[in-house]
Design a protein around this ligand. Structure first.
Ligand code: ADP
Ligand code: MG
Length: 313
């Protein structure tokens, strides 16, 4: 099997999606940008033993790569359009490719975001996905719009991503169902696409939590030139995380990363609207603090919260 057979067999699928004029098979893909929309795109690279365990199920690796990449599109309030995949493989392992491509195509169908092109080369395993989405012109949610007095919300619960790393490498031991829960939380984060879209015209700033809640809220604060006050006791944590009764659970929720929830700010006047978004999307949204003047993030007893997010360098 050569490179082109590999692409044909594992990556070319029926891509008759609305807006996709030409997918895999030519020099470029062609997609339509609907009238009144803007294209948003971002790229994410995943490396073995940095972003996933190299012996993980290839289908799980694919799902995680897709969800992590789509999370950025969700954070802008955009709708998925399609993605490209740059795959560097050390060898042509058909078992691995079958699992990887099955996982990738099934999650792509779930989010209606097709694979429309890519590149395949030989070398150390590297998975890069470029996600594309569309959003109404000049309405995308950005990091820079938070205003003093805005209320800070987070979706879902925080800390499971970091806890999962400890559960998966067995440094925290748990029973089998708990392990399965954290495995799912790690490999199948849920990009908050529906929530992001519902926040258009409502949120003043938004970010997805990939590096850790405090680090990512810090990005909103820096971009918006404001500070934040957080009610630590309000930080939402899952039942499974609390049941671990691990002394690190709050640190994981605040600084852990890999949660792919949204953190966003809204003016006080929009708090009731956020509650209806919660009802319509079924995603739990928790009021965790408020935007204040200054540039630091503090707890509401005034203590400075150390921002300690993940950085590669
Ligand atoms: P070129 O040499 O012109 O850049 P390639 O030979 O790399 O084209 O790719 C041929 C076609 O297959 C292109 O449409 C490209 O987008 C697609 N393709 C290559 N690798 C992948 C992949 N891993 N996933 C999806 N599409 C791919
Ligand atoms: Mg070409």
């Amino acid at each position: 099997m050569g490179e082109f057979d590999l692409i044909e067999k594992y990556f070319k699928r029926d891509n008759s999606y609305p807006g996709v004029s030409l997918a895999i098979g030519d020099d470029c893909a062609i997609v339509d940008i609907p009238e009144g929309k803007q294209l948003v795109f971002s790229i994410d690279t995943l490396l073995p033993d940095v972003h996933f365990f190299s012996n993980a199920d290839p289908s799980d690796i694919a799902r995680r790569a897709f969800c992590v990449a789509l999370s950025d599109i969700a954070a802008m309030g955009a709708s998925p359009l399609g993605f490209t995949l740059a795959l560097t493989l050390p060898e042509l392992d058909e078992n691995w490719l079958q699992g990887f491509s099955d996982g990738l195509h099934s999650v792509a169908v779930e989010y209606q975001c097709p694979l429309i092109g890519g590149d395949t080369v030989k070398g150390p395993l590297t998975i890069s996905l470029q996600m594309h989405g569309v959003v109404d012109k000049h309405r995308a949610l950005q990091r820079s719009g938070a205003q003093v007095g805005d209320v800070i919300f987070v979706s879902g619960s925080l800390g499971d991503g970091a806890a999962a790393l400890h559960v998966l490498d067995n440094s925290v031991s748990v029973d089998a169902p708990t392990k399965q829960y954290f495995n799912k939380r790690y490999f199948m984060p849920e990009p908050q696409v529906t929530l992001g879209k519902s926040l258009l015209g409502m949120a003043t700033a938004c970010i997805d939590i990939s590096d850790g809640f405090l680090a990512d809220l810090g990005h909103i604060c820096r971009s918006s030139r404001v500070g934040a006050e957080i009610d630590i006791s309000a930080i939402p944590m899952s039942k499974a995380l609390k049941l671990l009764s691990n002394q690190d659970e709050l640190a994981w929720a605040l600084c852990g990363g890999d949660d792919y929830q949204l953190c966003f700010t809204v003016p006080e006047s929009q708090v009731a609207a956020v509650e209806s978004v919660m009802a319509s999307t079924g995603v739990s949204l928790t009021h965790v603090g408020r935007i204040v003047p200054g540039e630091s993030i503090r707890s509401n007893d005034g203590a400075l919260l150390k921002v300690n997010g993940y950085q590669h360098f």
